[in-house]
Write a protein of this length. Structure first.
Length: 240
């Protein structure tokens, strides 16, 4: 653990960002969280954030002591200029260039830039995000090269030495479940399964063994398949 440094975690309310919050709580002396209301169709993810934060604080006294304030920023302009299935009532399809129309152009670039500005005021040097280049839909702003380039630009623009951490960058969804188990055992896995939300359609009515969701959208498919490969342990320690 970096005993004297603080981190700001981009916490959307999904599986990946929840795992990143646990990762940061395990490493940094002070951890704050940041969510964005960017005009997304479904605010279900944002509504899950409080339960995830409270649940992790209850799991570990050390985590509770290190968990600091939560912040939410409105970036409605992003939703206004985006014509995507996450910001409009539209069917999820593949575009001409092979990208799904769930890609929100500029989203992670803006998120990390605003996070860096906030972290400067909060004196938090480390930024943590759930971007991943393994189990993803080809989003260019999730690529490792993008994050590294953005770190350089942010530090030049702010005359700072921020560090952008992407602990899931080379993990698939099964590995992400395994990381959660290593960090907080079955209790953390259960918290993330039950309280996080990934479904693009905002469905919290259908309960599956991997959590809530429609079960058919690309986000649900990734989560379902990752859970199946993870093979969670039952209460006796044997694989289910």
């Amino acid at each position: 653990m970096q005993a004297t440094e603080g981190a700001l975690v981009l916490l959307s309310g999904g599986q990946d960002s929840a795992t990143c919050l646990a990762w940061a709580l395990d490493r940094f002396a002070r951890v704050e969280t940041l969510g964005f209301a960017y005009g997304q169709r479904h605010l279900v993810e944002l509504s899950c954030r409080a339960a995830l934060r409270d649940g992790m604080a209850a799991l570990d006294a050390g985590w509770s002591a290190r968990l600091g304030p939560d912040h939410t920023l409105a970036l409605d302009a992003l939703g206004q200029i985006s014509d995507t299935a996450l910001t409009r009532e539209a069917e999820i399809t593949l575009g001409a260039g092979g990208l799904p129309n769930t890609f929100v152009p500029g989203r992670n670039l803006l998120f990390l830039t605003f996070a860096a500005a906030l972290s400067t005021r909060r004196t938090l040097r480390h930024l943590v995000g759930g971007m991943c280049e393994t189990d993803y839909s080809g989003y260019p702003d999730c690529r490792d090269d993008t994050i590294k380039a953005l770190q350089v630009a942010i530090n030049l623009g702010l005359d700072a030495r921020h560090v952008l951490h992407t602990p899931l960058m080379w993990l698939d969804k099964a590995d992400t479940w395994r990381l959660a188990e290593r960090l907080g055992g079955p209790a953390l896995v259960g918290l993330i399964r039950d309280e996080s939300h990934s479904c693009y359609l905002g469905d919290r009515t259908h309960r599956h063994d991997w959590g809530y969701g429609c079960g058919t959208c690309p986000a649900c498919a990734l989560r379902r398949d990752g859970w199946a490969r993870y093979r969670p342990r039952d209460q006796d320690g044997a694989h289910a």
